[in-house]
Design a protein around this ligand. Structure first.
Ligand code: ADP
Ligand code: MG
Length: 276
């Protein structure tokens, strides 16, 4: 497991200062604004997501967490009135450059939503391989599909529970299993980054714990960004935490420091429960 020492970056202290990307940044966001029509939901965000680490985004409802997350894989622009300004660099290359295909971006930067979204008419196995089959390369053989499904289901800590149910409908699984199935589906295309938008919001405590353990296990191999309104969850699963308020990124810091000695008084007020 590649757990790293808490690391303080130039951008940690002054979240709004435009700095060079950290050496180990996989995604580097600069001067990012996200709009819905004339409303600016995300304002001038500068933030690095470090390779192999888990970054949590916290903040009160409506502060722009999901919008920021959806800018990281070009999902934001799928809303008709939505627009993005600024840069999101993956491995140094701006994903908003004209030559970049957004479908390809979404394959390399997978996403899982608040409610499980399995394809209802597909089997467990076909759900996992759906993105892989849609990738447009030569159609994978049955054996290849099975191998990928097995690999991804292991990775999503679901294999043991579904190995005898691969041909069953995905809808026969519990909510928690469906959410891990969606994670398996996202992992099957071997993305560099996994975006999780409140992935446990609809789940019971035991299913939540399984997802949290899974997120913890993925670090090192996959760069994870998890939106959560649950501060304990952020503290349990993340290496770094970013706090947003009213569309602004207030502060980002190693998680242990964020929850013990935040540098901004608004962060302090939020984590001590004075609002939110
Ligand atoms: N599809 C949309 N159309 C218009 N406004 C939206 C849409 N989605 C979100 N917003 C607005 O953008 C702001 C940020 O929302 P969101 O990113 O969903 O916040 P969070 O995830 O932190 O709860 C809110 O004011 C919300 O009302
Ligand atoms: Mg949200």
């Amino acid at each position: 497991m590649a757990t790293t020492e808490p690391q303080v970056l130039a951008t940690d202290v002054a979240a709004t200062a435009v700095a060079a990307p950290a050496a180990n940044a996989l995604i580097s966001v600069r001067a990012l604004d996200a709009f819905f029509g004339a409303t600016r939901a995300v304002r001038d965000v500068n933030l690095d997501f470090l390779e192999g680490q888990v970054t949590a985004i916290i903040g009160p409802s409506g502060c722009g967490k999901s919008t920021l997350l959806r800018c990281l894989n070009r999902m934001h622009e799928t809303v008709t009135t939505a627009r993005v300004e600024g840069e999101v660099r993956l491995d140094g290359k701006d994903i908003y450059e004209r030559s970049v295909n957004p479908i390809e971006v979404r394959r390399r930067i997978g996403m899982v939503f608040q409610r499980p979204t399995p394809f209802p008419t597909m089997s467990v196995r076909d759900n996992v391989t759906a993105g892989f089959r849609a990738a447009g390369r030569a159609a994978p053989s049955r054996a290849e599909q099975h191998a990928i499904a097995e690999w991804a289901l292991h990775r999503a800590a679901l294999w043991a529970e579904v190995k005898d149910r691969l041909n069953d409908s995905a809808m026969a699984l519990s909510g928690g299993q469906q959410q891990r199935l969606c994670i398996a589906r996202a992992l099957a295309t071997k993305p560099r980054v996994l975006l999780l938008d409140e992935p446990t919001a609809s789940l019971d405590p035991l299913s939540t714990q399984k997802i949290e353990e899974l997120v913890y296990e993925l670090r090192g191999d996959v760069t994870v960004v998890i939106v959560t309104h649950n501060m304990q969850q952020a503290a349990r699963v993340s290496d770094r935490t970013a706090f947003m308020l009213l569309g602004d990124l207030v502060e980002v810091a190693p998680t242990s420091r964020m929850f013990t000695s935040p540098s901004d008084e608004r962060t302090e007020a939020y984590i001590t429960g004075r609002f939110g």
